[in-house]
Design a protein around this ligand. Sequence first.
Ligand code: OFO
Length: 170
Amino acid sequence: MLKKKVEDICNRQIEREGYSSNLYLAMASWAETNGLSGVAGWLYAQADEERVHFLKFIKYINERGGKAVIPALKQPGTDYKGVEELFKEVLKHEEFITASINEIVGLTLEEKDFNTHNFLQWFVTEQVEEEASVRAILDKVKLVGKNNMYQFDRDILTLRTPAGGGTVTT
Ligand code: OFO
């Protein structure tokens, strides 16, 4: 049985993972309508991965005798100044998510909830991979420069790491 404090913070994470999925969908939609089909493809795939994260928390809370709450999600922005700015925002968001996961890990140690601590290890590893993947993309964006976006957009899908998606198992 989940302690209330742990259930509440995991429910907070449901909202954050759901927002992550919507954020990347909004970014994908922006990219798609600005001729950046490669960037859009990367972001749509990322949105799918975030939905898997969202589902993992929902299923975990319910499986442990808690009650997952499906939240209303705030609307993400619709406009981005450019590809570099967009990926800087992705990195900032992923750093926020890493801090959020780490906070939950800290609480599970305080509460001696070793089951949830174990469940979270997948997310700890995932965040390291996600941040690294976005930093690699930002490095490439800087290398090619604003005037070579056609080439970057064509190649971005080859940069995709297989991290984090997959089927939802609980
Ligand atoms: Fe981006 O890993 Fe979930 O939110």
